[in-house]
Design a binder for this molecule. Structure first.
Ligand code: FMN
Length: 180
């Protein structure tokens, strides 16, 4: 798949099933994604892979911090994909590369990974919300110091056997100018 085709046929997929990449395949794709632009080559991020029964542990953490939401609702929302890849931002504080650039590098890596997954036939969806704000989850995942949760990538295989249609290229008028 050429890169433009990968970009134009990618979709966020809400419900995913097996197969998802195993740990080894995820690592292989991440080795590619980790070459995304990154000022200072700091790699200010890490992924934590959560599958099967461990997803229940995530649900329990989120439920503990969301007393107004039915635990079943949270549990169901975590069963939407066989693999939840939790993304942790690990900023190098006080570094000459400011934190916003490090966050941009983490985002560039994540998008590269999403495209690599897609080109290999896997669907994904980046989810944030409760996953970013749960102190119980952060503690359970062993976040240190300035580390922050950037949500999780749901990963698996889309139900549809039809390949996603190629999207029309976006209208970027108003988002591009040429200085003269
Ligand atoms: C940083 C980030 C956070 C996101 N968080 C959520 C989320 O919490 N829930 C959700 O349904 N989609 C989330 N998305 C996915 C967007 O909703 C999705 O990309 C958008 O709807 C466009 O769909 P597309 O990816 O198919 O183009 C997130 C995307 C990004 C980049």
């Amino acid at each position: 798949m050429d890169v433009m085709t990968a970009v134009l046929t990618r979709r966020s997929t809400s419900v995913l099933r097996e197969p998802a990449p195993n740990d080894e395949e995820f690592r292989y794709l991440l080795q590619g994604a980790a070459t995304a632009p990154d000022h200072g080559r700091l790699r200010p991020w890490r992924w934590i892979l959560v599958r099967g029964e461990q997803q229940e542990v995530l649900a329990g953490c989120l439920a503990a911090d969301s007393p107004d939401t039915a635990p079943d609702h949270i549990r169901r929302s975590l069963r939407r994909a066989p693999l939840k890849a939790v993304l942790v931002f690990c900023p190098h504080t006080g570094h000459k590369v400011p934190e916003w650039e490090q966050l941009a590098a983490a985002s560039a890596m994540a998008q590269s990974l999403i495209l690599l997954l897609h080109a290999r036939g896997y669907g994904s969806k980046w989810r944030t919300g409760r996953l970013c704000t749960s102190g119980t989850l952060a503690e359970r995942l062993g976040l240190n110091g300035p580390e922050r949760l950037l949500g999780a990538l749901d990963v698996g295989t889309a139900d549809s056997v039809q390949p996603a249609e190629r999207r029309a290229p976006a209208d970027v008028r108003g988002h591009l100018s040429v200085l003269d």
